[in-house]
Design a protein around this ligand. Structure first.
Ligand SMILES: [Zn+2]
Length: 457
C-alpha cells in the first residue's frame, strides 16, 4: 500500500487522548502510524516533520479529514460472539439459567442450531462490531478446538482483528468439582481418546495437556468460564499447559506472542458465596495462585481483600457494565477500582445478552455510576473512553488503541458536524454519551479503509 497523510484532522492523540484541533497523521506502507503532528500549524508549513518526509516521497495518498474527529479504533475487550444466535432468549432469567456452561439455556441453543446458522450469526456480530467502530475484539470461545475453527471460518475475510481465547471443552458438576481429583469425560474432544483408556469415565492428565496445547497453538490463550466449574487440579493444569507452552516457545526461539489467560470472576454475588462455601475462599483468592490468570473479567462483586489481592498481583480487570445490568448482578465498584489505579478494559460480553456496542456501553457506564454514586463529577468521560481504546491495547499488550507513532493505524472517523454532536464543547464527553453508530462515517484498520459511509477521500 501507499503511504497516507491524513491532514486537517481533529485527533484524540496518544495515551491521554489529548485533543488536537488540527493535526496530521502519517501512515507508512505497513499500516503503522509513522508520525503524528500535533501542531496547530498547517502541515504544509516548513519545519513540520511530517511535511518534510512527505515531500521527500511523492508516492503518497493525502486525505483531508476536515469535519471529522479521529479516535483510535475501539477495542471490545470481552465478548462471546458464538452465542449471537440466542439474542434475548429467556431475557428475564438469571445468569446461570441463561449462560451457565453446563445447564444454561445457551448450551441447548448452541447444540440444536445447525453449524451454518451459527456461523452466519457469528459473522453478522463481527460485521456489526465493525460498523460500530470496533476494530479489535477479544472473544471467549467455547467448544474446544472445534469452536475456535468455527469462529475463524465464520469471520474469514473480514478485516476486524480478533483475539480468541479458547478453553478445553469439558466441565464437571459444581458438586464434583470439590471432591474429584480426576477428570470426568463429558466433552466431545475426549470421546475417541478415552476409549483407549481403562476407565471410560475419566481422562488422563496427559490427554488434557495435549488437548490444551493444541488449543493454545490455534488461538491466543485461554478464556475460562469460572472457578466454580473447575477443580483446583484443573485450574493448575491450565497453568501447567501455559507454562509448558511458553518454555517451548523460548526453546524454539519463536516470535509468537505469549498466550493470554483470562477468567470470569466475582460476576454474581451467589458465585462468590458458593466459592466461599465450597472452598473457604472467594473465586479470586482461589484462582490467583492455581490458575494465575493475567486478566479477570467482571469483578462486579469483589471483597475488599479480592481487590487488594488483584492489585498486589498486578492483575488486569475487564468490566462489562451492561451485561451486569441485564443480568441484575450489580454495579462494578469503579470508585474503589480507580483508587487502586486499575486501568480497566471494557467489554460487551455475550451477544445473546447484549448488543456488541461500545458506544452504548460507555454511555451506560458514565450515567449509572454517577447515579449510584450520587456524584455528577464522578468518572471522567476521558477515563471511560480510555477503557474502550488505550487500556485495551495495554491489557493485551498490543500496539493498538492509541493514535501515536509506532501504533497500528486503526482509526474511527466521527462526523463532528452531526446534528447530535455539533457544536462540540467537550469531545470526550460528547463521544461517550452522545455518539452512536450514525455519527461514525468511516473505519480504518492497518491504514486501509474497511468501512466508508461517506467519501472521505
Ligand atoms: Zn463473559
Amino acid at each position: 500500500m501507499k503511504k497516507i497523510l491524513i491532514k486537517n484532522a481533529y485527533i484524540l492523540f496518544g495515551k491521554e487522548l489529548q485533543i488536537v484541533q488540527n493535526g496530521s497523521i502519517l501512515i507508512n506502507e505497513h499500516g503503522m502510524i509513522e508520525d503524528v503532528s500535533i501542531s496547530k500549524r498547517s502541515p504544509e508549513k516548513r519545519g513540520n516533520t511530517i511535511t518534510n518526509s512527505v515531500y521527500k516521497d511523492n508516492k503518497i495518498d493525502i486525505i483531508d479529514a476536515e469535519g471529522f474527529i479521529l479516535l483510535p479504533g475501539l477495542i471490545n475487550s470481552h465478548v462471546h460472539i458464538g452465542d449471537s444466535i440466542g439474542k434475548d432468549i429467556s431475557a428475564n432469567s438469571d445468569l446461570n439459567q441463561r449462560i451457565h456452561p453446563q445447564f444454561g439455556i445457551k448450551k441447548t441453543i448452541l447444540e440444536r442450531t445447525p453449524r451454518s446458522q451459527l456461523m452466519q450469526m457469528i459473522r453478522n456480530a463481527a460485521l456489526s462490531m465493525l460498523h460500530k467502530g470496533i476494530t479489535t475484539f477479544v472473544d471467549f470461545r467455547e467448544g474446544g478446538l472445534e469452536g475456535i475453527n468455527l469462529l475463524q471460518n465464520a469471520i474469514e475475510g473480514l478485516p476486524i482483528k480478533k483475539i480468541i481465547l479458547g478453553r478445553i471443552d469439558f466441565n464437571i458438576n459444581d458438586k464434583d468439582a470439590k471432591t474429584t481429583t480426576r477428570f470426568p469425560k463429558n466433552g466431545k474432544d475426549f470421546e475417541s481418546k478415552s476409549k483407549t483408556l481403562g476407565n471410560p469415565n475419566v481422562i488422563e492428565e496427559n490427554d488434557i495437556i495435549n488437548q490444551g496445547s493444541k488449543i493454545i497453538e490455534n488461538c491466543d490463550g485461554f478464556g475460562i468460564s469460572g472457578a466454580n466449574e473447575n477443580t483446583n487440579e484443573m485450574l493448575r493444569l491450565y497453568n501447567k499447559i501455559i507454562t509448558k507452552y511458553k518454555q517451548k516457545q523460548i526453546e524454539w526461539k519463536s516470535h509468537k506472542k505469549d498466550p493470554v489467560v483470562a477468567i470470569h470472576a466475582a460476576e454474581a454475588e451467589t458465585a462468590v458465596m458458593e466459592s466461599i462455601k465450597n472452598y473457604k475462599k472467594t473465586e479470586i483468592e482461589r484462582t490467583v495462585n492455581t490458575l494465575n490468570p493475567d486478566i479477570y473479567i467482571h469483578v462486579t462483586n469483589p471483597t475488599n481483600s479480592d481487590l487488594q489481592l488483584l492489585y498486589q498481583k498486578k492483575k488486569k480487570i475487564v468490566i462489562c457494565p451492561r451485561a451486569n445490568g441485564v443480568l441484575g448482578t450489580g454495579f462494578v465498584p469503579i470508585r474503589k477500582m480507580l483508587e487502586y489505579n486499575f486501568e480497566l478494559g471494557i467489554g460487551t460480553d455475550n451477544v445473546m445478552l447484549n448488543s456488541p456496542d461500545l458506544f452504548r456501553e460507555m454511555d451506560f457506564l458514565i450515567k449509572s455510576q454517577r447515579a449510584v454514586e450520587k456524584d455528577a463529577s464522578f468518572l471522567d468521560a476521558k477515563e471511560i473512553l480510555k477503557m474502550a481504546t488505550v487500556n485495551g491495547g495495554k491489557i493485551f499488550n498490543l500496539n493498538i488503541g492509541s493514535i501515536e507513532k509506532g501504533y497500528r493505524a486503526d482509526l474511527v472517523f466521527i462526523d463532528k458536524y452531526d446534528l447530535d454532536l455539533y457544536p462540540i464543547h467537550d469531545p470526550h464527553m460528547s463521544i461517550v454519551h452522545r455518539c452512536t453508530e450514525r455519527q461514525l462515517k468511516a473505519v480504518m484498520i492497518n491504514g486501509n479503509f474497511v468501512l466508508e459511509k461517506t467519501a472521505i477521500r
